[in-house]
Design a protein around this ligand. Sequence first.
Ligand SMILES: Cc1cc2nc3c(=O)[nH]c(=O)nc-3n(C[C@H](O)[C@H](O)[C@H](O)COP(=O)(O)OP(=O)(O)OC[C@H]3O[C@@H](n4cnc5c(N)ncnc54)[C@H](O)[C@@H]3O)c2cc1C
Length: 457
Amino acid sequence: MTTFSTPDLIEDLAPLVAGPVLTGDDPRTADEVAAFNTTHTPRPAVVVGATCAADVAAAVRWAAARGRAVAVQSTGHGLLSDLADTVLVTTGRMSTVAVDPVARTARVGAGVRWAQVIEAAAPFGLAPLNGSSSRVGVIGYPLGGGLGPMARRYGFAADHVRRAELVSAGGEILSVDAATDPELFWALRGGKGNFGIVTELEFDLVPVTSLYGGGIFFPGAAAADVLHTYRTWVQSLPEETTTSIALLRMPPLPELPEPLRGQFVVHLRYAHLGSPQEGAALLAPMRAAAPTVMDLVAEMPYAAVDSIHMDPTDPMPAWERGATLRALPAEAVDELLAVAGPDVDVPLVMVEVRHLGGAAARPARVPNAVAGRDAAFTLLALGPMAGPLAETMPAITQSLVDRMAPWAGGALLNFLGAAGPDRVLGLWDDADRARLLAVKHRLDPTTMFSCGHALVR
Ligand SMILES: Cc1cc2nc3c(=O)[nH]c(=O)nc-3n(C[C@H](O)[C@H](O)[C@H](O)COP(=O)(O)OP(=O)(O)OC[C@H]3O[C@@H](n4cnc5c(N)ncnc54)[C@H](O)[C@@H]3O)c2cc1C
């Protein structure tokens, strides 16, 4: 394998790109590659801070000529490995957001986060289909499906992608949509970063300005009552209502409100697209399930959407393992409580169940490769990768998923956690797996894009 020295890069690669080119040992590299998930410290051989599609294409061609793997990073919310020896393209400088209020679409550069789209769309009475945290990058999320707080009404974010600009392994800049390359367009929306680097994405916005939503925290002692009420209650909800529930072991951090600090709590997340009166009436059975610690559900502007899940905002070392559930019968809830309930000493920070169905269960208008649509719920176990837990957390999260195996099916790619090609390919049936691999072999015959959730390595 070629090693790179700074003079080689300056002479060779730097003149080809407008953005910075850094070697792994450059003191500026640590800031350039800093990720939200600090479980891994990126150790690429070279970093290209791309400013435009031409920069990305130049970096890919340069890496291809030297037989190097290419990785891409926007925010590092989905960092799954240390990217050792890769040519890493960082996209943070590609920050354009353009909203077309008439077509109800947004066109964004590869480094944009959802918060920027929410802000740009709001003046037109529109909103994007972002996920639980608006700090997540726009591109990686829909490429892996994209399940957000309006999922039961509008489906996956991938279902609303209209066009992508993509740099292929050959360094070509392609415009990909349902007409130009239907198979690649199908695979890209659900098959993640396996086919190239997306430099621009165009997608639908939806006419939403406000929600009746937020979170309710229940005490850990009420976990059984709350979870059993939840599993029957969700069956009665309309598609306008998207919910999830999480068992949270809150850290003893001073910035947390006193009733939550260091406590085991159950967190119901609620988003209703309709009148506050209707939203409150639908929520009443959960409000009656147990006394609450904090009830934060109210009418709110869409721009406050992060307050539904209250995801962490500071970088942290985390490990996650996810699955989907075909159903959530009483026995499944009992098992979940037996593995991760308030009486169990287990270092999982969060065990989350999201309710699927509605539009998330229907194929997109232009079908795509999103896996897991047939599931009823998602399941996610997440814990810290700090101190001795860094050794044990992968097994702890896996063990929770294993215990839920009687009800489990596949997984959503965005919630799978770190996994090799066998596990990733296992999310699709034989026919879709063959379709994905055919597109992969056509677009990336030498497997340059093998980081992240790789189909082939
Ligand atoms: C706090 C938090 C909340 C989350 N909430 C949700 C949620 O509600 N719903 C949901 O579905 N997912 C959710 N996720 C998962 C998230 O959508 C994925 O981890 C996603 O890949 C993150 O994308 P990123 O660009 O921010 O991260 P990065 O780590 O920068 O990228 C992750 C991967 O995305 C792909 N990618 C990124 N940019 C490009 C590009 N330009 N071209 C091609 N591939 C690219 C690559 O495979 C890359 O390895 C959440 C994750 C976190 C940490």
